[in-house]
Design a binder for this molecule. Sequence first.
Ligand code: S3P
Length: 169
Amino acid sequence: MSLPERIVLVGPMGAGKSTIGRLLARELGYHFIDSDRLIEERCGADIPWIFDVEGEDGFRTRESNILEELSHEKGAVIATGGGAVMRQANHECLRRNALIVYLKTSVEQQYDRTRRDRNRPLLQHDDPKSILDDLFAHRDPLYSQLADIVMMTDRKSPRLVVRQLMNRL
Ligand code: S3P
């Protein structure tokens, strides 16, 4: 069995991309990269600050640049931000030598896992659930179309998701 050079995790906020990605990387002996954390490191500021000062568009440009850079990684599991699929031009970078895994998660679970988090500017809203609903309606087809593997994460521990993924690689 030959493993893909890169495993790219896509899916909505609260899907568990970072937790699952870190565990999966350890299991495979790959390194783990979280694209959002890398954006923050490079910018020297957190995501809410980037959204405040540069707007969502500024953030998306930084995200596209990082995804292009990460498309040349080898032996890596990469967790992407929920909006990484929003720019069509990112799709080629995401796909490059990669197996793409869509961590599919119901809006209820997304909401439960993100409700106490202040680090996601798109959810700083009176009704974050309706935002998650709209994002899901719009993005689910994009995640599905890109994915080689679709893995449900609802009511599963990260360890169980990783075990199920290992069986499908
Ligand atoms: C976003 C998701 C976030 C982060 C940013 C925008 C989105 O990442 O990139 O707040 O558009 O869905 P997570 O999916 O890791 O929360």
